[in-house]
Design a protein. Structure first.
Length: 82
């Protein structure tokens, strides 16, 4: 169920809100993957920062997709190639 919600949010570029380790997170999700130990993880950008963070599925609960809030993905430009 979590994968379905996050895949729809990624495809439609919707922000999501969830509890992670009992802290509320509002995230712009980018993609779903597995870490080195085989656990499912979600990569995304938090709010107004430019930092991409990793969130483990096991620690997420109370997921809400903001259907009417869209975002455009930020593609960082590496300064060493300019």
């Amino acid at each position: 169920m979590k994968s379905f919600l996050f895949m729809r949010a990624i495809i439609n570029r919707n922000r999501v809100k969830f509890l992670y380790n009992f802290q509320e997170v509002i995230l712009e999700p980018y993609y779903i993957s597995r870490n080195k130990t085989g656990k499912k993880v979600l990569y995304g950008k938090i709010g107004n920062t430019n930092e991409i963070k990793i969130f483990e599925y096991d620690k997420m609960c109370n997921i809400k997709v903001f259907v009417y809030e869209k975002f455009s993905p930020v593609i960082p430009i590496i300064p060493s190639f300019n």
